[in-house]
Design a protein around this ligand. Sequence first.
Ligand code: AMP
Ligand code: MN
Ligand code: MN
Ligand code: MN
Length: 287
Amino acid sequence: MSPIDLHSHSSISDGLFTPAELVGRAAAHGVRMLALTDHDDTAGLDEARKAAAAAGIELIDGVEISVTWNKRSVHVVGLRIDPAHRALRDGLASIRAGRGERARRIAAELDQVGISGSLEGAYALAANPNLVSRTHFARYLVGKGLAKDNRALFKKFLVKGKPGYVSHQWAVMADAIDWIRGSGGVAVLAHPGRYDLGRSNLNALIADFKDAGGEAIEVVTGSHTPDQFAQFARYAKEFDLLSSCGSDFHGPGESYMDLGRLPELPFGCKPVWHDWPEINGCDSPAA
Ligand code: AMP
Ligand code: MN
Ligand code: MN
Ligand code: MN
């Protein structure tokens, strides 16, 4: 089991726990170095940092940026970012502004199929009014009995071809990478196995990501199968990228993997944290 988890969500985006609760749970589960990577918002980092200091674990400042690449939604994680960096702050603010307008369009689509009140319902479930996501709509719809849980809900709603889907223009991938790197951070392509791309598109995505300054890919994530751990370890090697691992934890019962349950990176992967000072004392297996 790895004591390192570089992808997680709090209630600042679509996680179920506050930043302090998330850090407490991570520490209790044996995580020694945790990155908080909320979608498009860094407002949870101060609280998380304080909680990590109290719990005696390392907190890595992170963010997960929503981007559009070739008309598809792709996520880029930034690690060891500076949340005060101007271009990063402004870029994230512009993405959040777009989310509000998108939420109104999602609600209008749901209205069309006779589901009313979803805008108010989603906002009521969003602890951060600046960050309403499809997850909040999904929870509202599950609460109305439209599916048994979020995973089942996302098969019937909010995705292409289903009610409540809207297309949306997120940030340009190269801009997101520039904001991350400009702030001193490292850009990581999140869960590359989740994009449902054919082999040639996947190659093109990883090549574009690397050309734009991306330095790492997630090899081990909660949403990859063991076969995909090996597949993306090969990609990392082929494209000379560093490897990352993160649970992508959102909450119990809503995530593929809980905190503190991640396997180690496959043999031969060069970890994204290989030269980080925070690793001192964290890289031996948890007791
Ligand atoms: P958004 O950024 O508003 O498009 O919302 C995307 C979020 O929805 C992701 O970060 C996941 O937390 C959640 N999500 C997307 N697809 C699924 C799925 N199939 N099952 C569960 N959650 C999902
Ligand atoms: Mn999410
Ligand atoms: Mn993601
Ligand atoms: Mn995530």
